[in-house]
Design a protein around this ligand. Structure first.
Ligand SMILES: [Mn+2]
Length: 192
């Protein structure tokens, strides 16, 4: 299934096209923020999704609105693409290194929006990207995609590597939580 969403506010215009199948269409990311493009490309590639993101935001203010709104719209698209969340593993975990940096992501795709975020960046910025926006992005994403994510950096020195290991760990945990299982809902309640 291909999901398309558009969100326009006075601050941003964000278009997301998403399929949970990587063979659907090529990855194409343009948010106007180089480092953020890099992170979203990593997520799409390593999670095995097809993703297009096009964002035009008030970058002259700062990157906050654009990053948060991409998180919201991508989250909404994921929620829609997940549908009834039937026949998937539900839980996914990944611990991923990027050179000296190691990060862990644990996901529960049940519809309980929750983010535990634990990462400290030695630098404030990578390029002109403010690293405190990494947490803002993941918060907007999980609250709109409606799942639980525990994301933490275990250790690391280089801020670029720390961010990259967080996004990759998230991507692999997500991919594993999506892994097909027998056609039933993985909950003793019978619903997620
Ligand atoms: Mn990199």
């Amino acid at each position: 299934m291909v999901v398309e969403r558009l969100r326009e506010t006075r601050e941003t215009r964000v278009r997301v096209k998403l399929s949970l199948n990587f063979e659907e269409f090529p990855i194409k990311i343009n948010t106007g923020i180089g480092f953020f493009n890099h992170m979203l490309e990593l997520f799409a590639y390593h999670s095995g999704t097809s993703l297009e993101v096009e964002a035009k935001g008030d970058l002259e203010v700062d990157f906050h609105h654009t990053v948060e709104d991409v998180g919201i719209v991508l989250g909404e698209a994921i929620n829609e693409a997940l549908g009834k969340r039937v026949g998937i593993a539900r839980y996914g975990e990944a611990t991923i290194p990027m050179e000296e940096s190691l990060s862990q992501a644990v996901i529960d795709l049940a519809t309980r929006p929750y983010l535990h975020f634990e990462a400290k960046f030695p630098a404030q910025k990578v390029g002109d990207f403010d690293l405190e926006l990494v947490e803002e992005f993941f918060r907007a994403l999980v609250f709109n995609a409606r799942f639980t994510l525990h994301l933490r950096n275990l250790y690391g020195k280089n801020s670029h590597h720390i961010a990259e290991s967080l996004f990759k760990a998230f991507a692999y945990a997500f991919k594993r939580a999506l892994a097909p299982v027998e056609e039933r809902i993985v909950s003793t309640k019978g619903t997620l």
